[in-house]
Design a protein around this ligand. Structure first.
Ligand code: INI
Length: 155
């Protein structure tokens, strides 16, 4: 049997920052509630969870990078919602959000979790923010707990 290195899903005092875009607030607030609820259910305490708000998904990457570099957090969870409109704006905002969040993780070496919905319409967003497709904020938070535990084992 190979040696298997993977993170568990029980939080052991990890420090988390959730960064949430205000754009499409009605949806993003459901992602935030899902993320906080999941962190609690996996053992994290409010004292170890900070919530940082930014204008929109475009601002997530640079904010995640700043928080990751602070040394105050073991994982950052980026939450936002980009809904396709009739223009190319969607592609720029969604693309930069994904690139920025990924770059923050790569540059800092800290897990930065991508919990940004990129959907064709509002219905798809509702489905993924506590509707029939689950809550992507909660899923992102569980990924953060797992990655914090994994990174402790990889040290
Ligand atoms: N921000 C979002 O988070 N979602 C969107 O759907 C969106 N749209 O469609 O424009 C959006 N735009 C704002 C953007 O994230 C920045 O806050 C803004 O451009 C200022 O830099």
């Amino acid at each position: 049997m190979p040696r298997i290195l993977e993170g568990g899903l029980v939080d052991k005092g990890g420090r988390y920052a959730i960064v949430a875009g205000r754009f499409n607030e009605f949806i993003v607030e459901k992602l935030v509630a899902g993320a906080v609820g999941a962190l609690h259910r996996h053992g994290a305490e409010d004292a170890n969870i900070d919530l940082v708000r930014v204008p929109g998904a475009f601002e997530l990457g640079v904010t995640c990078k700043k928080l990751a570099d602070s040394g105050d957090y073991d994982a950052i969870i980026a939450l936002g919602c980009v809904i396709r409109g009739g223009t190319a704006h969607f592609d720029y905002v969604a693309g930069e959000a994904a690139k920025g969040v990924a770059a923050a993780g790569m540059a800092s070496g800290i897990p930065v979790i991508f919990g940004v919905l990129t959907t064709e319409n509002l219905e798809q967003a509702i489905d993924r923010a506590g509707g029939k497709m689950g809550n992507k904020g909660a899923e992102a938070a569980v990924s953060a707990v797992e990655m914090v535990d994994l990174f402790r084992k990889l040290q």
